[in-house]
Ligand binder design. Structure first.
Ligand SMILES: Cc1ncc(COP(=O)(O)O)c(C=O)c1O
Length: 390
C-alpha cells in the first residue's frame, strides 16, 4: 500500500456484524474475562491482551497499526503526548553511568527531561553542536544512546540521520530519532537504521490543533519493553484522542504537501522582505541545509515551518506578534491554522541564553507554522504585521 492509502486503510478495523468500517471510540476502562477462573483475556492485534485500559485499548491499538505502517516499523506504541512517549522510552533504556548524546538545539522539553533525570539516575548528558559531523564525532567517542531530531526546531537544521544511524549501529549506540518536524510523509528514520522513531502526534500526524498525543515506532522486540513502562507510568493514548488522530491521519500526506507548498512560498516572500534579516527554511535554494534535505526528504518537500529574524530584535518581534489578524500567536505547529511562536519564551526557553545566541535563536527570531489557509492571505497578514515595525 502507498502511504496515502495506508493512512486511510491500514488500521484494518471491520465490524462485519454491524457493517462498520470506521474505528469506534471504545470508552471503557475494563474488559470482560471470558473465563474468570483461568484469567483468560480477549486478544487484540499483535497478540496484546485486553484487560484494563491503562494497559491496552482497542481504539489506540488500531491507530498503532496505522502508525507502524506509515513509519515502516514492525509495531508502534501510542502515548498521551509526545513527552509521554519520550519519557517512557527513556525510563525503559536509561541506566546509571550511561552517556547520552543530544544536540543542543533539541526540543527543550527533551533537554529538560534528560537533565532532570540525569541528576536522579546519574547518567551523563553530552550536549553537542547540532550538525551531523559533531553528532557523529560524539557517538564515535563512545555513547550508549543518542537522541536526534531529523530537522531541528526552530532554526531548521537538517541532520543526515542515515549517517548518524550508520555510525550508531557500528558503535552499538541506541539511536532515537524525533521525526516530528519531518513526519513520515518525507522521511522514515527506521528505514535508514534508527532503532526508534518518535513523534509528537499532536503536530502533523493529528494535524488539526485539537488533540495531544505521541508515538514510538520500532521493532516488536524493542517496543515490548517500552510497553511495560507505558503500563507502569500510565501514559497510554486515550480513546477519544486516538479517534481524532486516526481521523486526522487519513489526510496526512495531502496536508503535509499543502503545508510544504505554502511554506516554500512564504519563505521566498520573507527572504525578500525589507524588515526581515534572515530566513531559515531548508527548501530555499541558498539554504546551507538544502543538500542534505534533498538527500533525505522524499518528494522535494521541506515541511511547513519557516523561521525568520526580524530587523530590530525583541521590540520588532513583539510588534509582529501584536499586529497579526489571521495568524494566531501560539506555540505548537502542524495544524490548519497558521501559528506564530516566539521561541525564546516557548520551545527554546530551557536552552541557556549563550547557547541560544550561538544557535541563532535570538530575541528577533520568530517561528511560523505555515497553515493550510490560502497562501495569499498568510502573506498579507505577515506583510501588514512586519510593516508595523517602526
Ligand atoms: C520536536 C518535538 N518533540 C516532542 C515534542 C513534545 O510533544 P507533545 O507536546 O505532544 O508532548 C514537541 C512539542 O512541541 C516537539 O516539537
Amino acid at each position: 500500500m502507498k502511504m496515502r492509502t495506508a493512512s486511510i486503510h491500514a488500521h484494518g478495523f471491520h465490524d462485519r456484524e454491524l457493517g462498520v468500517r470506521m474505528v469506534p471510540i471504545y470508552l471503557t476502562s475494563i474488559f470482560e474475562q471470558p473465563n474468570p477462573i483461568s484469567g483468560e483475556t480477549k486478544i487484540i492485534e499483535g497478540g496484546r491482551e485486553l484487560k484494563y485500559a491503562r494497559e491496552e485499548g482497542p481504539t489506540t491499538r488500531y491507530l498503532e497499526k496505522t502508525l507502524a505502517v506509515l513509519e515502516g516499523g514492525e509495531d508502534a506504541l501510542a502515548f498521551n503526548s509526545g513527552m509521554g512517549a519520550i519519557t517512557s522510552l527513556l525510563l525503559t533504556y536509561l541506566r546509571s553511568g550511561m552517556k547520552v548524546v543530544v544536540p543542543m538545539e533539541s526540543y527543550s522539553g527533551t533537554i529538560a527531561l534528560l537533565q532532570q533525570l540525569s541528576e536522579r539516575i546519574n547518567f551523563r548528558v553530552v550536549k553537542v553542536w547540532p550538525s551531523t559531523e559533531k553528532i557523529v564525532e560524539s557517538i564515535e567517542e563512545g555513547a550508549d544512546m543518542a537522541i536526534v531530531e531529523t530537522m531541528t526546531n526552530p532554526t531548521l537544521r537538517v541532520i543526515d540521520v542515515g549517517e548518524v544511524a550508520r555510525v550508531s549501529k557500528e558503535r552499538g549506540t541506541k539511536l532515537i530519532v524525533d521525526n516530528t518536524l519531518a513526519s513520515p510523509v518525507i522521511y522514515t528514520p527506521l528505514s535508514d537504521g534508527a532503532l526508534f522513531a518518535v513523534e509528537s502526534a499532536t503536530k502533523y500526524i493529528a494535524g488539526h490543533n485539537d488533540a495531544i498525543g505521541g508515538f514510538i515506532a520500532g521493532s516488536e522486540h524493542d517496543l515490548s519493553a517500552v510497553w511495560e513502562w507505558r503500563k507502569l507510568t500510565g501514559t497510554i493514548l486515550q480513546p477519544t484522542e486516538a479517534f481524532l488522530i486516526q481521523r486526522g491521519i487519513k489526510t496526512l500526506e495531502i496536508r503535509f504537501e499543502a503545508h510544504s507548498r505554502n511554506a516554500q512560498v512564504v519563505a521566498e516572500f520573507l527572504s525578500e522582505h525589507p524588515k526581515v534579516e534572515e530566513v531559515f527554511y531548508p527548501g530555499l535554494s541558498r539554504s546551507p541545509h538544502r543538500r542534505v534535505a534533498e538527500k533525505l526528504f522524499k518528494k522535494k518537500l521541506y515541511g511547513g515551518i519557516v523561521s525568520f529574524i526580524v530587523r530590530g530584535g525583541e521590540a520588532s518581534a513583539r510588534t509582529v506578534l501584536k499586529n497579526l489578524k489571521l495568524i494566531i500567536p501560539s506555540p505548537s505547529f502542524g495544524g490548519p491554522e497558521s501559528l506564530l511562536t516566539y521561541p525564546v519564551i516557548s520551545a527554546s526557553k530551557y536552552i541557556p541564553k549563550e547557547e541560544r545566541d550561538r544557535l541563532g535563536i535570538t530575541e528577533g527570531l520568530l517561528r511560523l507554522s505555515v497553515g493550510l489557509e490560502d497562501v495569499d492571505d498568510i502573506i498579507e497578514d505577515l506583510d501588514r504585521a512586519l510593516r508595523a515595525i517602526a
